[in-house]
Design a binder for this molecule. Structure first.
Ligand code: CAA
Length: 286
């Protein structure tokens, strides 16, 4: 499929990444189906998009009326209705293999044969996920960064079976979203960004755990000395401590003990303090 043939994008999962990806697609003029497993989750995702689009308008970052953008998005629970006429399906459901298996199992039943499947997974194997579907050659990674509407980069990741045509179409799709894509040629744990970024978040935790500095000092150092836009703890709260922990566990299992999650991070997971999305993480977000 050529990018010019794409008019409808379905996004599965309305969480922190899914709603942001749906917003980006709608801003680019696509008809978007935003799907999650219950009304409350879809509604929360839609309300987050409303907030964000209003914020863009307020900051003079929007070329059209917020209502016009919002009208392109249909929030849905019914999977068949969401993907039945989709040209591209972008999957952004939780990083739990059982959930991914269930979603891909039903997806191939309802999505048209022409549809490309792209996963926003942060670290899982694109090849393994593609093999859950009936179209591994029409499957690749399309990894956005949080918040998708403000972050320029998209990793386009090739799996073992991905065709060149699929990669080129998804790269062109990213460009039509006004993003810059990089092609990740090896389906390796964490791809490029998370292989580099999550150890930074983890090392920040180890530094605090070992008593070298407190959270605010580490964040200030990151911002003012290293020059990153958010400190490691602020960023972990934005990305989600659960997401960072999950990526590290996966890197740990695939690449070894250098990636072992720091106990301080694991503590946050046990306490359900995932960051902005739960109202509490390293900082209080209420
Ligand atoms: N939609 C609309 N507006 C948003 C927004 C969103 N989703 N998120 C933040 N804003 C708004 C803020 O509310 C703020 O508005 P107010 O000033 O009214 O409070 C405004 O944007 C801030 O904008 P600025 O441009 O002034 O601020 P900034 O220069 O600090 O940029 C940022 C904000 C782009 C988020 C910047 O801090 C940044 O780049 N942070 C790093 C984010 C990052 O690295 N993300 C990648 C994480 S890794 C990942 O996601 C992958 C993974 O798999 C784990």
């Amino acid at each position: 499929m050529n990018v010019d043939d794409i008019t409808r994008v379905a996004v599965l999962g309305a969480g922190s990444m899914g709603h942001g990806i749906a917003e980006v697609a709608a801003l680019a003029g696509y008809e978007v189906a935003l799907r999650d497993i219950d009304e409350d989750l879809v509604q929360d995702g839609y309300e987050n998009i409303e907030w964000s689009v209003e914020k863009l308008a307020e900051k003079d970052r929007l070329d059209e009326d917020p209502e016009v953008v919002l009208d392109r998005i249909t929030p849905l629970v019914d999977l068949e209705a969401a993907v039945g006429d989709a040209d591209v399906v972008i999957e952004a459901v939780p990083e739990v293999m059982d959930i991914k298996t269930e979603v891909y199992g039903s997806l191939e039943e309802y999505a048209p044969d022409r549809a490309i499947f792209a996963t926003n997974t942060s670290s899982l194997s694109i090849t393994d996920l593609s093999e859950m579907t009936d179209r591994p050659e029409q499957f690749c990674g399309m990894h956005f960064f949080n918040p998708p509407v403000r972050m320029q980069l998209v990793e386009v990741i090739t799996g073992k079976h991905t065709s060149e045509e699929t990669l080129e179409t998804v790269e062109a799709l990213a460009e039509s979203f006004d993003k810059t894509s990089i092609r990740v040629r090896k389906d390796s744990p964490g791809f490029v960004v998370n292989r580099i970024l999550t150890p930074l978040l983890n090392e920040a935790c180890w530094a605090v755990n070992e008593g070298g500095a407190d959270i605010r000092t580490v964040d200030s150092t990151g911002k003012y000395d290293i020059g990153i836009p958010m400190g490691p703890f602020e960023l972990a709260d934005r990305v989600g401590n659960d997401v960072a922990h999950h990526v590290l566990e996966y890197l740990n299992s695939e690449l070894g003990e250098a990636y072992e999650p720091c106990p301080l991070l694991t503590e946050k997971i046990d306490e359900g303090k995932f960051g902005e999305k739960t109202g509490e993480g390293w900082y209080d977000h209420d």
